[in-house]
Design a protein around this ligand. Structure first.
Ligand code: SF4
Length: 359
């Protein structure tokens, strides 16, 4: 198996290079390339070609390698299918937004949570990702931003981020981050320290692992928390999210409000609007909207309504535009901050886990 140079300490990289009969300064050159996200050795133009070829035989730069790259027709979203050293595959998504360049990273290969509407869980959980494997997804996106045509479009006029830098991170890709809490924390510490990404620009999304939320409170950094709620009562939630058998909505929301109170942050609530296979509304009825209002009434939160993005392996339907707006109107009339979030890059299978399944 090839040595993954990104995983080596500076001292280990120096030894690796000198063991190949090279001077020590080569280690610094290689390290600089790797920290910029260099996907291979051939791009390292300040290193002799013979050494690049030798390195390629025994080593790889990052712990993830791009297998496939899909760009949406509006060129605002790029989805990467990545392969890990043990051939497991994960996804990450780079999104150009009005506020900067955001990357959605995976925290696990697969997922054990079994949410009925999600493609990521179809093959179960394979394993947790290491902090390095999560961080390397950011480097893949950063490399793309700095080298690709993606940059030709001017940054959004309201954008405050450097056009070439990742400015925001959402841990919302494949996997449940709070089933891999310590590695996710290690990743966030590194993203903050090494890439200067502020805590308030990092969001962790969970389906409601209460001890994991408590661990984030103990960790103490003022990141954003998103709860994937998707149902306004336990009975309905149990039908679409097995985790509801373990933690009630009351327990999850209690932990979530404790988190947001600690950091004076707005809680994000993710709510996918679903119909059943026959086209009947499932969690998108007016009654559900009223129940949801009671959960968030007078709280500092934003409800993101997400019309279901068809996953062919799952038997749901997408509610009509009228149903979506009727649901939103009920929230708005009751003073709830809400917005409809259209899935980005639907033309490239942007729903979580779709690319990994179709390969
Ligand atoms: S929605 Fe999230 S927690 Fe649920 S199965 Fe998919 S990846 Fe896992």
């Amino acid at each position: 198996m090839k040595t993954i140079l990104f995983n080596l300490t500076n001292a280990e990289l120096e030894k690796f290079v000198t063991d190949m009969g090279q001077p020590r300064f080569r280690a610094k050159q290689i390290s600089e390339w790797i920290n910029r996200g260099a996907p291979n050795f051939s791009v390292m133009k300040n290193i002799p070609e013979t050494l690049r070829n030798d390195l390629d035989r025994v080593a790889q730069t990052l712990p993830v390698q791009v297998i496939k790259k899909l760009e949406s027709s509006d060129r605002q979203t790029i989805k990467f299918l990545l392969e890990l050293h043990d051939s497991e595959r994960i996804e990450c998504v780079l999104m150009r937004t009005s506020y900067g360049n955001s990357v959605c990273v995976s925290s696990q290969a697969g997922c054990a949570m079994g949410c009925k509407f999600c493609a990521s869980t179809l093959l179960g959980l394979k394993r947790n990702l290491t902090a390095n494997e999560i961080f390397a997804q950011i480097l893949v996106a950063q490399w793309e931003l700095r080298t690709d045509k993606f940059n030709e479009k001017p940054v959004h006029p309201n954008g405050d981020a450097n056009n070439n830098d990742v400015s925001h991170i959402v841990v919302m890709g494949t996997g449940e981050p709070l089933q891999n809490t310590e590695n996710v924390i290690g990743f966030m510490e590194r993203a903050n320290q090494d890439m200067g990404i502020g805590w308030r620009r990092i969001t962790v999304s969970t389906c409601g692992i209460v001890p994991g939320i408590d661990r984030l409170i103990e960790w103490g950094r003022p990141i954003n928390l998103a709860i994937s709620l998707h149902a306004p009562n336990d009975e309905l939630r149990r039908k679409i999210m097995p985790i509801a058998n373990k933690y009630s909505i009351a327990e999850i929301m209690d932990a979530a409000w404790r988190f947001t109170n600690t950091h004076n942050r707005q809680l994000m609530i993710e709510y996918i609007l679903l119909g059943d296979a026959q086209g009947n509304l499932l969690n998108a009825t007016p009654e559900c909207a009223n129940e949801l209002v009671e959960i968030v009434r007078d709280k500092n939160c934003m409800v993101n309504l997400i019309p279901w993005n068809a996953v062919t392996e799952r038997e749901f339907s997408s509610p009509s535009g009228n149903a979506v707006h009727r649901f939103q109107d009920i929230l708005i009339k009751n003073g709830v901050h809400t917005r409809i979030r259209r899935e980005r890059g639907t033309d490239i299978g942007s729903a979580c886990g779709q690319l990994r399944i179709s390969g």
